[in-house]
Structure formats: structure tokens, C-alpha cells
Ligand binder design. Sequence first.
Ligand SMILES: NC(=O)c1ccc[n+]([C@@H]2O[C@H](COP(=O)([O-])OP(=O)(O)OC[C@H]3O[C@@H](n4cnc5c(N)ncnc54)[C@H](OP(=O)(O)O)[C@@H]3O)[C@@H](O)[C@H]2O)c1
Length: 323
Amino acid sequence: MKSIVCTTLGEPNLLEVKEVSLPSLGDDDVLVKVQAAGVNFPDALLVQGKYQIVIDPPFTPGNEVCGLIEDVGSNVNIPVGTKVIGLPPVGGFAEYVAVNKNLIIPVNDDFDSLAGASLPINYGTAYYALKRRAEASNGESLLVLGASGGIGTASIQLAKIMGLKTLCAVGSDEKEDYVKSLGADEIIRYDREPLKETVKELTNGLGVDIVMDPVGGDVSEQALRATAFNGRHLVIGFANGEIPKISLNLTLVKGVSIVGVWWGRWTNTSPKETAQDFSELVSFINDNKLKIVPNNVYKLEETPVALENFLNRKNIGKTVINI
Ligand SMILES: NC(=O)c1ccc[n+]([C@@H]2O[C@H](COP(=O)([O-])OP(=O)(O)OC[C@H]3O[C@@H](n4cnc5c(N)ncnc54)[C@H](OP(=O)(O)O)[C@@H]3O)[C@@H](O)[C@H]2O)c1
């Protein structure tokens, strides 16, 4: 089968397309014939050796897929041919991948594969952050930093379903147009207007209830300073590359909570709750409340370009490899 292989940690252009043998199947695994694989910022960090988990090469990146079960291990009684969304630890950028039976979500045969491959990480993380970490409630306001990115896009769409008002911070005209197309309530051009003051203006001086922060760097503190009393600042990631250092007195004087969000870790410790969230996300799609249309669709051979876009701040919306 064809697979993208990282043989040396470094820039995405070092990745190679190789013919390799099918992955071996453990007793609890299913073999998925991959139709589409989601691409995420952490994939780019992983091949550079800069992610919080470092894997020794050779390995195939990619850890969200949608496809058909081709074979099953001896402890699995899911029928061959079932369509599934899967979360392999790695190996998704390939024609086949082995996935543990506890890390698959069966979906209907007509479930769109590109949407399926887009769902787990961005929508899983954003939903966990809003629902379980911020305990967001209808009518609250949400500031989304990096709003046109993968996490940002999912946050805007889920916020609308949850009845939150979205203030969307973006850094270019193209990104502004994209988040408008998703139904952003307010746009903040944080590349050219001061974030804190603009948020205050848009919230009648009160500040926002919740901040979704996948960006880090200087904008984190500005966003924290723009929160309302009892606000929650959700720490998702540091796409900007800089980890901000915040003075703790800010949390006291503003009565704000800084809340860490590590979705992948939580899925391991809370499988029942994870399954519940996935079932709600899939039902949003089946009930036409959520429509996921990836903005960038690449071929397997184009995986390096897809990854470079994240590192060059060019990614807009969801990126998927169509296999
Ligand atoms: N905590 C978790 O469980 C979890 C789960 C998934 C992902 N993450 C993390 O979330 C972060 C964002 O992931 P994503 O998939 O949303 O990435 P993305 O699609 O690239 O979006 C990141 C956004 O950050 C902004 N940004 C600001 N400075 C940047 C820079 N120097 N380089 C790149 N982007 C920059 C960009 O928007 P503007 O240009 O408009 O500023 C961009 O749209 C990553 O750090 C990822 O590791 C965490």
C-alpha cells in the first residue's frame, strides 16, 4: 500500500511516499481502508519532532481517518464493510491503517468521508473545551482567536449550535471572508486593531465570557484582559510558537479562570464521556445542524504541502487528504 513516511524528523518536505506492507492487526484492532484523513497542526509538529510526544522515525503521521473496515482482529465483532471514523495514534496518511476497536465510531454508509475525517480532533477538542471545560451556556459570548483555523472554525460552528455569540479574531482579508461565510457574529482584525479594546467595545465594556485560545503569544494576555467577571480562558495551543507567561494577579482581579484543555489525554481517561460527545457531534451532522465542508482537500502525495500551510500560517478551515 501507499503511505507517507517520515524517515527523518524535520520539515514536511522530507516526507516520502513509499510502498509499504499492510499494517499488522492486533486482536483488538480493525483494519480501515482509508477514504480520507484529516490534517492537523500537531501532525506538522510531530514530523518536526516538536510535538509534546516525540516519535522515533520511521513512522507515518496522521491520526484521524474515515473509511471502511476491511478486516478485524479476533476480539472484534464489528462487520467488515462498516463505515467508521477512526483515531489511530499515527498511520492515517496511508491507504490502510490499524485502529483499536475502542477508537472507532461507526457511522452510516452515506456519511460524507471528508466530513468524517474532519470531525474528531477539531470538533472533538472544541466541543470538549466549550461543553466540559468552560461549561458554556446559551447566551454567553465567545472570543475565538485564530478563528479561521481548524480549531477556530470548529469553535465557531459549535458555538452557534450552543447559542453563543462569537467574536472572531483573524489576521487577513481572506481569513475574514472565510469566517464570515461560517456565520461569525463579529469580526476582529487583530492584525490591525487592538484586541482588548475592540472586544470591550463589542461587548458594551463588559468583556467576553469565554476565550478559545489556540494561538498563544502576545494575544493571549490581551484576550485574558478582555474577559468578563467569571470568564474562562481556554488554553488550547500555541500556533504562534510562543508560550505566554501571565501574571496570576490578573486572574484574581478579573475573577477569571485559565483552563487547560488537553483533549487527547481526556479521551484516554474518559472513554464513556468521549463516546457521548462523539455521538452528539455525529447527531449534529445527521440532523443537519452542523455541516462540515473541508476548505482544503489534497492528494496523498501532496501531504507535505498540506502540513507546510500550518507552519506558514496559511491554513484556512479544515484540511483533509482525500485517499
Ligand atoms: N489542546 C488540544 O487538545 C488540542 C487539540 C488540537 C489542536 N491543538 C492545538 O491547537 C493549535 C491550533 O491548531 P489548528 O489546527 O487550529 O491550526 P491552524 O488551522 O493553523 O490555526 C491556527 C491559527 O493560529 C493563528 N496563528 C497566529 N500566529 C501563527 C503562527 N505564527 N503560525 C501559525 N498560525 C498562527 C492563525 O490565524 P491568524 O493568522 O488569523 O492569526 C491560524 O489560523 C495548535 O497549536 C494545535 O497543536 C490542541
